[in-house]
Design a protein around this ligand. Structure first.
Ligand SMILES: [Ca+2]
Ligand SMILES: [Ca+2]
Ligand SMILES: [Ca+2]
Ligand SMILES: [Zn+2]
Length: 492
């Protein structure tokens, strides 16, 4: 207390640039001078002066008077008032000098480094189903310094860089100036015009922002479930936690090498994965794969499966069957991400970019065999990797639905301790990939899932899993001959 007035909790050295706080330090010493306890300006006069410095609006929470200690150890008489900003979610407690309205102390009520992105929400498929501002979405356990390398204000950070490549994708050369900058300070990214073509402003920026958002979300999610630095994940800085760094995912949006597709290249740990996202020409205007989350997740999923299988070499999904399963895991990961209730819905991939309800696969993923009749034996006539992948991903869909039915749904899909089926499937997904051999088959990958359940849950889901496998012909008697077998172990 000074003059019977509370002292604000010791922050000074405030710097504001373009309406946002860029730095503030803290100290508290015996003041060299103390303002008189009477304000010069009224609080009504100070509010607009504060807003002109930081943006946002006074939220009508009662204004108080206090002292704050400045850098030069002066005790300044101040108003404290709350300022909120609807456009970016910022919410600050401001102390402003009662003599002139200068901001001298700031408390940030929003936890972790503020950043916001107007994007397709993570568990939503595409912009037609949702497009909204996501505030501070970084998970602090998975991304301890946030998504943006300290001090950067563009779609570039420790886990992901999203950019528009030109001419060549010999990557480090081309990405330097091709990212999206914040639309307003600090690290707010607000772009998108639903009616404009992908290439028209601001939609190139929207593509970079959405892929940056989804790429980071999937990094954080898979990290929490075990795709960590020492499990050969994609990060520039590994914060001393093992594995090789310098390999964040490079996402080239509206890539010049193709249309109506996307791809992901996975070299070994320590070298960046490269995701190329294309525009799609089925509609007028064209649509951008970068805005369909299941496509972005599918592509990132290739990085996950290639790094987790066989120890980070990127060399262990090379046989046709293993490569096909790689497509299947990517579809399954997209399927898992879009779970948003305990009700198991059919899942389709690529329905936005193609403007086709059924999307880009032969059948929707469904537990209904009329909707999706694929079986293990279907491999006899399916030789292309995506066609093989469909046979694997439909099995995953069976497992997803069975787990949701048994355990329900955990609202926070990032809660690794959650009990819902959506949490269980994420654990099994990551754990099993670590267990399976290099170049797995349907049979060995099946066995790895059974083993993962045994390791983590004591085999609590053994029969549920076998029943799902058996339903699609991958029962205990299945062999590499790829005839359907519907047997389950005794007791199931
Ligand atoms: Ca904050
Ligand atoms: Ca790595
Ligand atoms: Ca869907
Ligand atoms: Zn793929």
């Amino acid at each position: 207390m000074i003059n019977g007035i509370p002292v604000c909790n010791a922050v000074a050295n405030v710097a504001i640039k373009n309406g946002k706080v860029v730095s503030y330090g803290a100290n508290f010493v015996k003041p060299t001078s103390v303002d008189p306890p009477q304000p010069i300006l009224s609080s009504t006069d100070v509010i607009p002066k504060v807003v002109s410095q930081i943006g946002g609006k006074y939220n009508n929470w009662p204004i108080k008077e206090e002292y704050c200690i400045t850098d030069s150890d002066k005790a300044v008489h101040a108003y404290t008032l709350q300022i909120q900003n609807d456009s970016d979610g910022a919410w600050h407690l401001i102390s402003a000098d009662t003599k002139n309205g200068n901001i001298i102390n700031i408390i940030d009520f929003v936890s972790d480094a503020s950043a916001s992105y107007r994007v397709v929400p993570f568990n939503v498929q595409d912009p037609d189903r949702g497009y909204s501002v996501q505030i501070d979405p970084a998970d602090i356990a998975a991304s301890p310094k946030g998504w943006h390398t300290t001090g950067t204000t563009e779609t570039s950070g420790n886990n992901v860089v999203s950019f528009k490549g030109t001419v060549t994708l010999i990557v480090p050369i081309v990405i330097s100036s091709k990212k999206t900058k914040q639309s307003s300070a600090t690290n707010n990214y607000d772009y998108y015009n639903k009616n404009a073509s992908p290439e028209t402003s601001p939609n190139l920026d929207a593509a970079r922002v959405n892929t940056f958002f989804v790429g980071n979300k999937i990094h954080d999610l898979t990290y929490l479930f075990g795709f960590t630095e020492e499990a050969y994940n994609f990060q520039n800085d590994n914060y001393g936690k093992g594995g090789a760094g310098g390999d964040r995912v490079q996402i080239s949006v509206q890539d010049f090498t193709g249309t109506n597709n996307a791809n992901f290249a996975t070299p070994g740990d320590g070298q960046s994965g490269v995701m190329r996202m294309f525009t799609w020409t089925y509609t007028t205007p064209n649509r951008d794969g970068a805005l369909e989350n299941d496509i972005v997740v599918h592509e990132y999923g290739h990085g996950v499966s290639n790094r987790l299988t066989g120890g980070g070499t990127g060399k262990c999904l090379q046989t046709t069957e293993a490569g096909g399963m790689g497509e299947g895991w990517s579809d399954a990961l997209a399927d898992i991400i879009e779970i948003n209730s305990a009700t198991c819905a059919d899942f389709t991939l690529g329905s936005f970019v193609t403007n086709r309800t059924g999307g880009i696969r032969t059948y929707p993923y469904s537990t209904n065999k009329t909707t999706n009749p694929l079986m293990y034996s279907s491999l006899a006539t399916r030789e292309e990797v995506h066609a093989i992948g469909e046979c694997w991903a439909v099995i995953y869909h069976e497992i997803i639905c069975a787990l949701l039915q048994k355990y329900g749904y955990t609202q926070d899909g990032f809660d690794t301790q959650g009990t819902g089926g959506n949490i269980v499937i994420m654990h099994l997904f990551i754990d099993a990939m670590k267990l399976q051999p290099c170049n797995p088959t349907f049979l060995t990958a099946r066995d790895a899932i059974i083993q993962a359940d045994d390791n983590r849950y004591g085999g609590a889901n053994k029969c549920l899993l076998w029943q799902a496998f058996a339903k699609r012909g991958l029962g205990t008697g299945a062999t590499t001959e790829k005839f359907d077998n519907t047997q389950v172990p005794p007791g199931c």
